[in-house]
Design a protein around this ligand. Structure first.
Ligand code: FEO
Ligand code: CA
Ligand code: CA
Ligand code: CA
Length: 607
């Protein structure tokens, strides 16, 4: 019997006001403390952050990466199996880097030399940190710098390729002719946590790291669909590291080895992570894993974050074994991947509809040899094309999905925004043209059956509407274990024009019955509020802040001397000109960081 959702009285705090300030804002009675910043030592023996960018790539591989994103707490356990709330492991994603703060050269200037060592140092900024953290007697938290669990997984860490695409011809490169072992994980955005104690980290915009140096190279349909381009997102790795030059001999398939969900066992620091290809290849946001209560099968809900891309779920073949954790180790290697079709229910315009999960199985629904799909591995490597073939519904950038722990079969998905949707492309599930604010959809599996193939859905909220807390671009989405839904934003924080009153990026908590939200946390200028996790006792919350001081997407970061947005060269000359978060007066530059949020009276967060 499903427990009822907590009443709104469970969410009791003085709402934080919108803010355009340079600091974190939390409600009265709460504190926010910095725990783990870009460059802080990760593994035992790591040097401290130099502050002057003098680290080599080898040192950067021992320190925290940049752009903290998803985060999950893995509690240590007592002898009786109960979970501890005072010590555990944090797994933290490092999504990308901000060149204006990461290098002492203007990377965007193609006349500036970019070396192999520069590329390797950039690759070190990416991946995952595993750190042991401990609560002190006064309630503050400390990283255990000497823990043997501490580990950096980065852009050159060996990772096994597992599941149906392992060894496939499209996974083979000159350096790995067997197509079984990749180097590195990149653009680690959202993530998920399994009940068998592993972390599943998601590779999102991997295409941005690749390019080609042979100007006669032309991309094929697969490369075009995943957004490969000659210069990528300007990282320039392909200029000096041939692995990222897809026109280099033997490297054409290297991008196919990215865009996967990667499983990491944080409690076995010597274990090799695995890319779980059965979960499909796309620009993965997060991976929300639930156990179907009836069949015990593992269900993973996932979004592909790009305009007009899709929502997916994976259902395992085998049942989860709660009495034998080792038996679940490779359960994500075999199952069925589905993509969602969101249809109207016959009453147009009410934001309510029905849906179908369409299997992406070779030989079914047009995924046939005759249509060019060779086998299941080929379907998975080309997941986006396969999903288009079967008629999935193009959405307004699916970001995180979150499953309600109090209501089996209920899942929410953030559609962050899509300014490219035209009036002619509006439909019941994506109801706004020029959707600059984004929305959240609530999915209910038919009869609460998470392994089934039909569902109902409704629009839970349209962001930016008058009469509610103002915010735009919902992105991170997570239920806590009390059943409250937390929403994080990655949007326009100019606080002017169409965004007036929204303030900086923030975190809100939703009332599931009313469809309203209340602001809990506001981040500093130029940041995005990304991952969130809690200790089992709900008395400590860990929140990630990425790219404080990022200028590129935010036109309000104006240099008063020029009246124009700060340039890369200006920020290299004066790295704290726009932001000095979180180090303040002692800052050498802004730094992404994990923040501890707790109540000064030690109480449960948000109650
Ligand atoms: Fe990395 Fe879609 O956010
Ligand atoms: Ca309808
Ligand atoms: Ca995101
Ligand atoms: Ca986003």
């Amino acid at each position: 019997v499903a427990a009822t959702a907590p009443a709104n009285t469970e969410v009791a705090f003085a709402a934080a006001a919108a803010s355009s300030g340079s600091e974190v804002v939390v409600p009265n009675g709460y504190v926010a403390e910095i725990l783990y910043r870009w460059g802080d030592p990760c593994v035992a023996g790591s040097p401290a952050f130099a502050g002057d960018l003098s680290e080599t790539s080898a040192v950067a591989e021992q320190q925290s990466g940049d752009n903290h994103d998803a985060i999950n707490f893995f509690p240590f356990k007592n002898a009786d199996g109960s979970e501890r709330s005072d010590v555990g492991l944090l797994c933290i994603n490092h999504e990308y880097l901000n060149a204006e703060y990461y290098y002492d050269k203007v990377v965007s200037d193609s006349t500036v030399t970019f070396t192999f060592e520069d590329a390797r140092k950039g690759q070190a900024a990416h991946g995952v940190s595993v750190i042991e953290v401990m609560r002190n007697s006064n309630g503050t938290w400390t990283v255990n710098r000497n823990s043997t669990f501490n580990r950096r997984i980065h852009g050159n860490t060996p990772i096994d390729i597992s599941g149906p695409a392992r060894g496939n011809v499209l996974m083979q490169t000159a350096a790995d002719p067997t197509g079984t072992r990749a180097l590195g994980t990149l653009n680690n955005c959202g993530a998920g946590q399994t009940p068998w104690g592993t972390y599943i980290t998601c590779e999102e915009n991997f295409n941005g790291y690749f390019g080609w140096t042979d100007t006669t190279f032309t991309r094929n349909a697969l490369e075009a669909r995943y957004g490969l381009s000659q210069t990528g997102f300007g990282y320039r790795w392909h200029e000096s590291d041939p692995r990222f030059d897809i026109s280099a001999t033997g490297n054409r398939n290297e991008p196919n080895r990215f865009g996967w969900v990667v499983e990491i066992d944080p409690f076995r620091p010597a274990s090799t992570p695995k890319k779980r290809t059965a979960l499909g290849r796309f620009k993965h946001e997060n991976a929300e894993l639930v156990i179907d209560p009836t069949t015990k099968k593992v269900v993973v809900y996932m979004g592909c974050d790009e305009r007009f891309e899709y929502v997916y779920k994976f259902v395992s073949d085998a049942a989860y074994d709660e009495n034998n954790m080792a038996a679940n180790a490779d359960i994500l290697d075999a199952g069925t991947l589905y993509v969602a079709q969101f249809n109207d229910d016959g009453t147009a315009g009410d934001g309510v509809g029905v849906g179908v999960w369409i299997p992406l199985v070779h030989g079914q629904n047009g995924l046939t040899t005759g249509n060019g799909y060779i086998d299941q591995a080929d379907v998975l490597i080309r997941t986006r094309q396969a999903a288009s073939t079967v008629g999935a519904t193009p959405m307004d950038r699916p970001e995180w999905l979150a499953a309600n722990p109090n209501k089996p079969g209920e899942v929410f998905v953030t559609l962050t925004n899509n300014s490219a949707r035209t009036a002619g492309q509006v439909n019941e599930a994506n109801p706004r043209a020029n959707n600059i604010y984004g929305h959240i959809i609530r999915i209910n599996e038919t009869n609460a059956n998470a392994v089934g193939t039909t569902f109902d859905w409704n629009i839970f909220l349209l962001a930016g509407e008058p009469g509610q807390e103002l915010f735009n671009s919902p992105d991170g989405l997570q239920f806590d274990r009390l059943g409250r839904l937390w929403v994080q934003t990655d949007g326009n924080f100019s606080n002017t024009g169409a965004y007036a009153g929204h303030g900086n990026n923030q975190m809100l908590v939703a009332d599931l019955d009313a469809g309203t939200v209340q602001r809990f946390f506001v981040g500093p200028d130029g940041c995005e509020v990304t991952g969130v996790t809690w200790t089992p006792d709900m008395r400590t919350m860990f929140v990630d802040i990425q790219h404080p001081g990022e200028v590129g997407r935010h036109p309000n970061a104006t240099n008063p001397a020029t009246g124009m947005p700060y340039t890369e060269a200006e920020l290299i000359a004066n790295p704290t000109a726009f932001s000095s978060w979180p180090d303040g007066a002692t800052a050498s530059r802004p730094r992404s960081a994990t923040v501890v949020v707790r109540r000064t009276d030690g109480g449960i967060i948000g109650t």
